[in-house]
Structure formats: C-alpha cells, structure tokens
Ligand binder design. Structure first.
Ligand code: CP3
Length: 341
C-alpha cells in the first residue's frame, strides 16, 4: 500500500503527513471559477461528470495533494429523495421543507435515489481512471443530522433552530427523516465505493448543536449505522467521520462508530487531540482556514505546530473547516512547503 493517505488511515505514523484541504476545489481557484462558468451554475457543475471530474482534478494538478475529494454536495441526497434544491447567489442553498408527516410521506424511498445520482457515480468512475497513482480518491456524504437540518429549515441556519423544534414537536417525523437519510446515505456511499471511491467521509457540520444524549441519538447512532453497514459490505473501506464542534464528545467517537479517522475543527487543540484521540484513531484537520487568507509567518508556524503535535501517531493534515473563496492559492503552496519540509 503505497498511497500515503491510505497508510495513515491504516494507522501508520509517517515522517510527513499526507495533506488535502476541505473544499480544495472551490472559488478561491480561478480555474474552478472558469469551469463553473462553463457549467452555468453550481448544481449543473455537480451533475456534469466531465466538469465535476475536471474541478476535482484541478487542485491535484496545481498543488499535488495526497487526496482528491469527489466534487459534489451533501445536498444532492435530499434532492435525490425528492426535495427541490437551488442555490441563491451570494446566500446559499434553498430547499423545499420537511415539516410534517405529509412531507415525509412524499419523499422517495432510500433505494430510489440512484437514477438521480447516477452522474455522481460517473464522476467517481472518471476520477478513479484519471487520478495519479499516488492520489487517494475520497467519496463523501452529509451525516443524517446535518442533512436533516437543511431539509427541515429549507436553508442553512445559525443554530439549527427549526430542526431542534421539529425534534420536540413532531418527533415521529423527525426520527423518520433521520432514518430515511441514514438508509439513503448507506446506499449512496456504497455506490460511490462500487464506482471507485477508496475512502468515504461523513460530514456532520452541525453535530456540535446536539448536546448530551441527543448527540448520541442523532450524531453517533446514525454514523454508527452507516459505518457498520458499509464495513459489512466492504470490510477494508476506511471511513473518516467529522462530527464538527463535538468538543469533548470527539473522544471515543471514532471507536464507537467504527471509523478509522476523526476529523477535528479549529476549536480543539492539536496537543489535546494527540493525547485523547490519536491513541484510538487517525486524526485529521485542525488548521484555521483564516490562515489561508492571511498567510505569512503565522501560517507556517501554526501549520508546523499542528504537524509536530500530531507527529507521534497517524495524522492527515487538513483544515478545521473548508477553505474560503477569499483564500490565496499562494498560501496553499506555502502551506505544503511548510508541512513537507
Ligand atoms: O471539499 C470539496 O472540495 C468537495 C466538494 C464539497 C462541496 N460541498 C462543494 C461546494 C463538499 C465535501 C461539500 C460539503 C458540504 N456542502 C457541507 C459539509 C461541509 C461544510 O462545509 O460544513 C455542507 C454543509 C454543504 C452545503 C453547502 N453547499 C452550503 C451551505 C453551500 C453554500 C456555501 C458556500 O460556500 O457558498 C454549498 C455550496 C458549495 N458546495 C460550494 C462548493 C465548492 C460553493 C458553490 C459555488 O461554486 O458557488
């Protein structure tokens, strides 16, 4: 097994950690903006396999990252389940809402999503053919809670209020929705693996707003169901989980759900992660995406601090969240130099 990322996921402590960045294909790259303009809009880009593969490959060509992440979006699954989805320019995603039993009943079954998602699987097949032999291909999906927060509110929300409210006022619909997304996600990720994804990552961006037992019910349990089902079919498939802003609940999460790597945000310290998370799993992430905008000596110092803090166990270098459109591509080059030398 020569791919660095796969070695780290298998538990190897490496002299130089593999590197990739969340949202590495995105608006900070002029070549991404050009291909997106060619596609017309973001969703057309996601559903045009040649172009989606092209933007996935762009950051690999430019920077030589150790992994490529499929270009798609976590909100394609709600759309495949029958929700309307569009993106308001400058604002973000909008969806038709699920607020009661009738809306839930109108959604498609978990096995009926694959025709809609076929272009995504085609993108994965192209990438599996075209990626350099040292680059690992990561597939992904949103975790049920995070996807549900968008489906219930019809948009991104600062505190996931509508989802928390539905959980209280119509528990059956809420749980039914989590369940539907969980089942669909298992099939979606399995199809990505069949198409050539070598690793899958589950993004639970809003896990941090679930507290106490609710974190276990709606972040941990669905992740465990998904990982268990995938590992039953593909025992050697490495899985990365990202229960963002889980805080102390990061500890034990990867082991409890059966994942191979935990991705961490910027709110926990790398030294804490080395002590509390690395003994049980590979750790990914942590660098503040703001440093990709501001750069300078601080970027180099901070990147090396994280690298060194996590150097005694399996580590994948990454940001604590996605790189932003105002990031300077030159800073990515500086980051890679700082980490690899
Ligand atoms: O990381 C990658 O390069 C792979 C592709 C990827 C995208 N979205 C492309 C994208 C991945 C892994 C995602 C995940 C995603 N999508 C998450 C989870 C991770 C996170 O960021 O917390 C969430 C919550 C979404 C939902 C979503 N998609 C939002 C809220 C937005 C709007 C915000 C924004 O940045 O404009 C998107 C759009 C989106 N997804 C873009 C990209 C590159 C920007 C679209 C554009 O080109 O205008």
């Amino acid at each position: 097994m020569s791919k660095l990322l796969l070695r780290a996921l298998a538990g190897a402590t490496l002299p130089v950690p593999p590197v990739w960045l969340m949202r590495q294909a995105g608006r900070y790259l002029p070549e991404y903006r050009a291909t997106r303009a060619q596609a017309g809009d973001f969703l057309s880009l996601c559903y045009t396999p040649d172009l989606a593969a092209e933007v996935t490959l762009q950051p690999i060509r430019r920077f030589g990252f150790d992994a490529a992440i499929l270009f798609a979006d976590i909100l394609l699954v709600p759309q495949a389940l029958g929700a309307d989805l569009w993106f308001e320019t400058g604002e973000g995603p909008r969806l038709s809402t699920v607020t009661g039993p009738d809306d839930l009943a109108k959604l498609k079954g978990p096995d009926d999503i694959h025709d809609h998602l076929a272009p995504v699987y085609e993108t994965v097949r192209i990438l599996a053919r075209e990626l350099p032999s040292e680059t690992t291909l990561i597939g992904f999906a949103g975790a049920p809670w995070t996807v549900a927060t968008y489906m219930i509110a019809g948009r991104g929300t600062p505190d996931q209020g509508p989802a928390h409210a539905l959980k209280r006022t119509d528990h059956a619909t809420f749980v039914g929705l989590i369940d539907r997304i969980t089942e669909a996600t298992i099939g979606y990720l399995a199809a990505q693996v069949e198409a050539g994804a070598e690793v899958v990552k589950l993004f639970d961006s809003w896990a941090g707003s679930l507290k106490g037992p609710e974190f276990d019910f709606y972040a941990l349990e669905p992740a465990k169901r998904i990982v268990t089902a995938l590992k039953q079919r593909y025992p050697d498939l490495p899985v990365i989980v990202f229960p963002r802003e889980a805080g102390s609940a990061y500890e034990g999460f990867a082991r409890a759900v059966g994942a191979d790597c935990i991705a961490i945000d910027t709110s926990v310290d790398a030294a804490w992660a080395a002590e509390h998370l690395q003994p049980e799993t590979c750790v990914q992430g942590n660098l503040d995406p703001k440093l990709m905008v501001t750069g300078g000596e601080e970027l180099v110092t901070e990147a090396r601090r994280i690298r060194d803090a996590l150097s005694n166990g399996p580590h994948i270098f990454n940001l604590g969240h996605g790189i932003t459109p105002d990031a300077d591509p030159e800073n990515v080059t500086r980051l890679l130099e700082a980490i690899r030398t």
